[in-house]
Write a protein that binds this ligand. Sequence first.
Ligand code: UDP
Length: 371
Amino acid sequence: KKILLCFGTRPEAIKMASLVHELKTSNQFEIKVAVTAQHRQMLDQVLDFFEIVPDYDLDIMKENQSLNELCGRIFMKIDSVLQDYNPDLVLVHGDTTTSAVCAWAAFHRNIKVGHIEAGLRTFDKCSPFPEEVNRQITGRIADFHFAPTSISSQNLLAEKINPHNILITGNTVIDSLLWTKNKLDHNFGNLRIKELKQKLDFTKKIILVTGHRRENFGDGFLNICNALIKIAENSEVEIVYPVHLNPNVQMPILKLLSGISNIHLIDPLDYPTFVWMMSNSYFIITDSGGVQEEAPSLGKPVLVMRNTTERPEAVDAGTVILVGTDSQKIVAASEKLLNNEVEYNKMKQTHNPYGDGQASPRIRKFLENII
Ligand code: UDP
């Protein structure tokens, strides 16, 4: 049977990497990979590290492209791939424009679709931010739903998805994370890690920050910057911020945070360096979905700069707190973690509700039986 995995952004690539390798171990499947390259540079970093060479590289990005143009280009280009390869199954991931459009294109050609990281929901069609609609569209189309947790599975059951087509797998990001951590534990070193070792003062408490969500563009990022300026007044703290390449993120951050001695604005990190940085941080402030899922495995508390989350499991487990983009809330929660060891230790548990690192083998076994 022929399987085509389609993805385009950094987080999708990280989460699909372990699955690509796992599916290739099966003698029942022929595997090909198509990338849309929705995040060109950051995607390539991940492909290099996981040694994945795409069979089809659609390279769809153009400057200032609207979401509709993006959808149109993905539809056109993925259709040629579907025609050329004619797979039995297309696997897509999560909530990106790439996922929704590739699933839809496969449906039009009567090709079965499997959805990895299925069933996450915020239930707010928060126009014009496409994630919730993308994941719902993909969920309507998919034949097989690989839900990371029982909460995501329940969301699908509530939408009347046939329970036989849902498998609770854990999140494949934990497979990729543990594989990477193992490499780091075996003395994998690279230039970026060496550079950071020289740059940062590890006798201080390191706060790792990432942010990229469209919903935080504008006022959200201004508030985040103001909070970080306030937190950096504490000279016992070092803030490390790998700044996302999206200009809407870069502009306010570089403008407001440059020149503060204990705020280190750096380029996005390659995946192993980022995992190393998470492991060596005191806590993390982020609006990223993947980072919320990874951090509990490394025992790191996370403050999430969003008002809602489609990932309630870690909030329930107490390792994540939603602080939104209110400066005062971000500062207050950070100070609590910095100054109150009891509170800090409560959030520092290492049980991870998002998985045990075996999601990809579960998906492989399910597919071996069903297609
Ligand atoms: N990540 C990375 N380098 C960085 C920042 C993040 O490799 O400089 C990884 C991180 O470990 C996680 C993923 O990228 O696996 C998260 O990507 P992002 O925050 O862009 O997207 P989201 O998870 O919110 O969809």
